[in-house]
Each structure stands twice: as C-alpha cells, then as structure tokens.
Design a protein. Structure first.
Length: 285
C-alpha cells in the first residue's frame, strides 16, 4: 500500500510512516511530494494521503495525525500511547504535554536541516523512533545517573526547575516571532490571517488559535491585531495632516465606516471626537 504526504518531513510525517511500517503495513511505500500535489497525486495513483488538511488521516482538534492512526487501527500497545503525547507535543509545539517533546522537536528539526533527501531522512527517522519506542517499552523507568551523589544533584536540580516553573514559564519561541510578524504587517498595512501565520511559523493552526491568548494579553488573534491597528490610529489622529479616510486605509481597515465602528468599540468615542479632544496635546509631526 502506498501512503503519501507533504515533502520535507519533521515530526508527524516521520512518526506516522514509522508507525505504518512497524505496526500496520511493513511493506508500505511512503511518498513525499509538494504540499499542493498530495491530494491529486494520491487520487491519480491510488495512494492514501495523510497529514494534510481535508483528508481522513490528519489532525483532529488538539490531536495530531499520529493520534488518529492509533485510534483508527486500534493500536493498544502502552509504549505507543506513551509516545503519543511526545509526538503530539513536538508536532504542535506544545512541549508541556511531555518533557521529551522539546528534545524530539530539536532532534527532528536538526535532522531535517542536515538531510535534504526525504527518503534518506525517513530512514534516519525510523532509527530515532525505533530507539524512542525501545525506551518507552523497556527503559523509561531507568535513570541515567546511578551514583548517590549524582542522584542528589539531580534532585536538587529538579527542585530548582519546579520552583522556576511555578514562577511562570517563558513563552515559546513562536510567540516572540509572531509578535514581530503581526507588528510588521500592521506597520506595512497588510492583512494577516491566522492560517498564514501558522504556516510561516510552522505551528499547527488549531494549537496556535488555542494558545494565542495565553501570550498576548488574553486577547484572541483578531482582537490583538485590531488593538495594534487602533494603537497606530491613535498616533495618526494626532497629526492633522491625515484625513480620517487616510487613517482608515493606513491602519488596514476596509473603509472609514469600518474603522469608525471598531475605533468606537475600542475607545468609547469616534475617531473625530478623539482627534478633537487630543488637539493641542501633541504638535503636528
């Protein structure tokens, strides 16, 4: 049986082929093609597409494609279900799901960076998941440190990490990148969609939508983008050189009416009233 997915695999597109070859169909052929060619190629050659939107074998809610394979084929091996949150955490950039998720992401990203041939990358990925499965089945309870002194150091370090976590964990790398990306689009008057952002950051769109407010002032993606546009409008309104229609355009609103409605929702007054009340506070730029 042939299985087909997007090229340049990292997490799900290596973990799922490993699951297929080791537990579902050892004779399976895994194909990697450009994203826009997956579905038409699958239809043409009779392959089963996976880990792309709109097909059966894909993400559902917070779960990734690996989770769906486990459920679809009723795979009950406890070691596989121990691997599932690790794969899911690495694939959705939600490393809090399993402490091993960040390591799996780092290794997978580095492997993809070093190996450009997808089939060669798959062969190396199979070795990684074979090793991870052996750890999950036979070695997860075995510590690396064996001596008493080492154990004391590990316990002290674990306590330190726990205290650090209690004080609040640092935001993930994508949060800083996303903040800059949104600001760039606001500054250049370009429209930004959540799906475009997810693709640019290589983060699952569903996960990004769910986690966004946690790192952006408890605001949704749309609310945060509108807030930045209104903040920009507040500055422009202090300069009488710009008309209200020009400010609406420069802040990315579809028209002046839309701009006025959102501005009133955010500030409690119309742009004209705000300009009048702020006149004289700031010298024209």
């Amino acid at each position: 049986m042939q299985w087909i997915t997007r090229e340049h695999p990292k997490i799900d597109r290596l973990a799922c082929p490993w699951l297929i070859l080791r537990f579902i169909d050892p004779a399976a052929e895994i194909l990697y093609v450009p994203a826009n060619a997956v579905v038409p190629t699958a239809a043409r050659i009779g392959a089963t597409p996976f880990d792309v939107p709109g097909v059966e074998f894909t993400h559902y809610g917070a779960e990734c494609t690996f989770d769906y394979f486990l459920r679809k084929y009723q795979l009950t091996d406890p070691a596989l279900h121990l691997l599932a949150p690790i794969v899911r955490g690495a694939d959705t950039d939600n490393h809090a799901l399993a402490r091993e998720a960040a390591g799996l992401w780092a290794i997978s990203a580095g492997l993809a960076y070093n190996i450009r041939d997808d089939q060669q990358l798959l062969q190396q990925g199979l070795l990684i998941y074979d090793a991870l499965y052996s750890w999950a089945r036979h070695l997860q309870g075995q510590p690396h440190t064996q001596h008493g002194e080492e154990q004391l150091l590990v316990q002290a370090y674990t306590a330190y990490l726990r205290r650090s976590k209690d004080r609040g964990s640092a935001p993930p790398a994508w949060a800083g990148q996303l903040r800059e990306l949104i600001q760039d689009h606001v500054d250049t008057n370009l429209t930004l969609r959540l799906t475009d952002v997810a693709d640019a950051l290589q983060v699952n769109a569903t996960y990004l939508s769910r986690e966004f407010a946690r790192y952006f002032d408890n605001l949704s993606f749309g609310e945060y983008s509108r807030k930045l546009r209104i903040d920009k409008a507040l500055q422009l309104l202090k300069n009488p050189a710009y008309s209200l229609a020009e400010i609406a355009y420069l802040t990315g609103f579809s028209d002046q009416s839309h701009f006025t409605r959102i501005f009133r929702q955010q500030t409690g007054q119309s742009p004209a009233a705000y300009r009048k009340s702020s006149r004289g506070r700031v010298s024209p730029g």
